[in-house]
Design a protein around this ligand. Structure first.
Ligand SMILES: [Fe+2]
Length: 591
C-alpha cells in the first residue's frame, strides 16, 4: 500500500509511505532553493514521478494535513496551491508591487464550504497532472503532528504532545496513544498559542518569524530573565494543563485595530509582543529573549508534568514547531516523572506529510508497522559516484579531485589539519537538521571559529556550532539525565550540559551556559559518518567535531552535488568530500 503525505502550508514537503514505512521524503525548499518555502511541493511531486520513486497508478491514498478551510483564508490557499505566481514570504514581507497569481477563482469564494471545494479541486488537479487519481484524506493538522511523533517513536503506548503557533485553529493538543490509536484528551485554541508568543518576540527582536526563532533561543543565554520575571509571570498562566494568555482575544484584523485604541485608553487585552514589551518595559534583545525563553520553559515543564501525572503515561512523544526549541526539550527531558522522550526529527509542519500519511495508513490497516528501529533521518535523494564524477568533469578548470577508497581516514586527517570540509554523502536528511550527509564539518577546538566561519557563511548566529559525537562517548561528554534521552539526541533535537573537561577541550561547540546540542552518531544510524568520527578520534583523541548544515546564509541545505561544489568554488569550505571524491580548488586558481 502506498500513501503520499503532502504538507501544503509551511515547509511544503512530500513523503512516500510504503506499507506504513517512510521510504522517501523531500521538502520543496531543497528543490526550488527557497528557504522554508510556503506551499504545495510542486517540484517534489514531479521529482518522485520522474525518478520513478512512485508509480502514480499505484498510489492508494493522498493524505493532506489540513482540515479547516475558512473563506478568510482563500488567498492563502490560492497562494499555497498555485505554482505560477510571484512568490514572497507571506509571514514576513508585504505583498510585492509586481505580485501576480495565475488564479482568479479564489476571488469567488464566499463561504467556508466554497473554500473547501476550491482547495479540493486545486489539489485534485495538481495530482491529476502527474497521473494520480487516488482519493484524498484531509487530516486534522494537530492529529498529523501527533501521528508523526507517535508512529515513528516505536512506543506502543505514549503521550503525544503537539504544540505550534497554529494549525487548523489549534495551537496545542494532548493525546493518549495506545495500540496504534490516538485519542485527543485536550486542546488549546490558537488565541492562547505559545508559538505565536515566541514568534512575536522573534519579530520584535528584528528577526523573521517561522524562520529565526532559533536565534532567540541562542540569544537567551546572554540575557537576564530575572530583571522582568515578575512581569512576565503575569502574562500567561497554565490552567488545567493548558497554556492560557491573560485576557486573550481572537486574532483578527478588527481586533488589532480595536486593541490599539483600547491600549491608548489604558485597557489591556490581546497580548502580542509589542504589548508585552510595553507592559514589561523596554529591555535589550538578550533580556527579552531570556525572559520569553525562561517563561515558556517553566510553563512547558508545568504542562508536561501535569499530563504525565494525570495520565500516568511516562513515554512522551513531541511534535510541532515549538519543539524545534532544543532548550525546551532539554527542560522537558529533565522532568523526573518521564521514562522516555522522543521528538519527531521533522517536528515542524514539513513533518506533517508523514504524520497525515501514517494516520491514513493506520485508519486503513489498523496496524502499526515495526518502524522503531528503522526510522531515521535519511529519506532524501542520493547521487552515486558516476553522477559525481560526470559532474566534476565539467569543472576541471576550477577544481582538482581524486577518487579515494579510504575517504573517512583521509577526511579525518584534513579535519585534524583544521580545514573546513563540506561532507556530502548518501541520502539527504529529512527535517531541519543536517545529520552527517549534507554537513559542513570542522575541528571543535578553536572557539573563534564561531565568528569567522559564520562570517564566511554569511550567517548571524547566537548559538555555537553543534557537535556530531560518537554515540559510545555520550556519557563521557555530556550530563545526560536518563539513558533513554540518547534516542532523541540522535536527531539533534535536544541540548545537554557538557562536562567541564570537554567544554574546555571542544570550546567551539559549548554555549555560554555550557550546553551543547549534540548529534549522537551510532554505527547503525550512519556507518560512514561513524567511521569518519572514529578515524578523527584516533588521530586527535576527540570523539566529536563541529557539524553545521551545508548551506550558506538563508539558503536551504544543499541537495545536489553541484550545490555543494559552489561552496568550494566560493571559498566557504576548503575541501568538498562528495561520495568517494576528495575535491579541492585548483591551487593556481585565484578566482
Ligand atoms: Fe503545525
Amino acid at each position: 500500500m502506498i500513501i503520499l503525505g503532502i504538507s501544503i502550508t509551511h515547509d511544503g514537503t512530500l513523503t512516500v509511505l510504503k506499507d506504513g514505512v517512510n521510504i522517501f521524503s523531500i521538502a520543496e525548499e531543497r528543490l526550488n532553493r527557497t528557504k522554508a518555502y510556503i506551499g504545495f511541493p510542486f517540484l517534489a511531486l514531479k521529482y518522485v514521478v520522474e525518478n520513478e520513486i512512485i508509480n502514480p497508478k499505484e498510489i492508494d491514498e493522498v493524505a493532506i494535513p489540513s482540515s479547516v478551510f475558512l473563506k478568510d483564508w482563500a488567498f492563502t490557499y490560492a497562494f499555497e496551491l498555485t505554482e505560477n505566481k510571484k512568490y514572497y514570504d507571506l509571514q514576513n514581507k508585504k505583498k510585492p508591487k509586481d505580485f501576480f497569481i495565475d488564479d482568479d477563482k479564489y476571488l469567488n469564494i464566499k463561504s467556508d464550504l466554497d473554500c473547501k471545494k476550491y482547495v479540493d479541486t486545486k489539489i485534485k488537479h495538481l495530482l491529476k497532472e502527474v497521473g494520480i487519481t487516488a482519493p484524498i484524506n484531509y487530516v486534522d493538522h494537530h492529529l498529523a503532528h501527533a501521528g508523526s511523533a507517535y508512529y515513528s517513536s516505536g512506543y506502543n503506548n505514549a503521550l503525544a504532545i503537539t504544540m505550534d503557533a497554529a494549525g487548523d485553529l489549534l495551537s496545542a493538543t494532548i493525546n493518549i496513544c495506545k495500540n496504534g490509536k490516538i485519542e485527543r484528551i485536550s486542546k488549546t485554541d490558537n488565541n492562547n498559542s505559545a508559538g505565536y508568543l515566541y514568534s512575536e518576540v522573534t519579530r520584535a527582536c528584528g528577526f523573521k518569524i517561522s524562520r529565526h526563532e532559533g536565534k532567540i533561543t541562542g540569544l537567551a543565554a546572554y540575557g537576564d530573565y530575572t530583571k522582568k520575571e515578575d512581569c512576565f509571570n503575569k502574562i500567561v498562566k497554565v490552567k488545567d494543563g493548558r497554556l492560557a494568555y491573560v485576557n486573550p482575544v481572537k486574532r483578527n484584523f478588527r481586533n488589532r485595530i480595536v486593541n490599539k485604541f483600547l491600549n491608548v485608553i489604558g485597557i489591556e487585552r490581546y497580548m502580542g509582543a509589542s504589548e508585552l514589551i510595553r507592559r514589561c518595559g523596554k529591555q535589550s534583545k538578550e533580556d527579552l529573549s531570556a525572559s520569553i525563553q525562561h517563561l515558556l520553559e517553566k510553563k512547558l515543564v508545568e504542562i508536561v508534568t501535569y499530563w504525565v501525572k494525570r495520565t500516568g503515561e511516562r513515554n512522551i512523544v513531541l511534535a510541532g514547531g515549538i519543539f524545534a526549541n532544543v532548550k525546551f526539550n532539554q527542560f522537558i527531558s529533565e522532568i523526573d516523572e518521564l521514562d522516555n522522550l522522543y521528538i519527531f526529527p521533522d517536528m515542524g509542519d514539513g513533518g506533517n506529510g508523514y504524520g497525515a500519511a501514517a494516520i491514513s495508513y493506520f485508519k486503513k490497516n489498523k496496524f502499526v508497522p515495526e518502524i522503531s528501529k528503522t526510522f531515521n533521518a535519511y529519506y532524501g535523494p542520493e547521487f552515486d559516484d558516476i553522477y559525481i564524477e560526470n559532474m566534476l568533469k565539467n569543472f576541471t578548470d576550477d577544481v582538482e579531485y581524486y577518487f579515494s577508497d579510504r575517504v573517512e581516514e583521509e577526511t579525518a586527517k584534513i579535519l585534524a589539519d583544521n580545514k573546513i570540509v563540506g561532507w556530502f554523502q548518501g541520502r539527504m536528511e529529512y527535517g531541519p537538521r543536517a545529520l552527517g550527509n549534507r554537513s559542513i564539518i570542522a575541528s571543535p577546538t578553536d572557539v573563534t571559529i564561531n565568528q569567522w566561519l559564520n562570517e564566511r557563511m554569511k550567517r548571524n548566529e547566537f548559538m555555537p556550532f553543534a557537535p556530531s559525537c560518537l554515540y559510545e562517548y555520550a556519557d563521557e561528554l555530556f550530563e545526560i539525565p536518563k539513558e533513554s534521552m540518547k534516542f532523541p539526541a540522535q536527531f539533534m533535537t535536544i541540548t545537554f550540559k557538557m562536562k567541564n573537561k570537554w567544554s574546555n577541550l571542544a570550546p567551539a561547540v559549548s554555549h555560554v551556559d555550557q550546553t551543547a546540542r549534540p548529534q549522537l552518531v551510532s554505527k547503525e544510524a550512519n556507518p560512514r559518518y561513524h567511521k569518519l568520527l572514529t578515524a578523527y578520534n584516533k588521530i586527535t583523541g576527540l570523539p566529536l567535531f563541529i557539524n553545521t548544515s551545508f548551506n550558506v546564509h538563508e539558503e536551504p541545505i544543499v541537495c545536489k552535488p553541484e550545490e555543494g561544489l559552489k561552496s568550494l568554488q566560493k571559498g566557504v569550505i576548503d575541501y568538498f568530500v562528495c561520495g568517494n571524491y576528495i575535491i579541492q580548488k585548483k591551487k593556481n586558481n585565484h578566482k
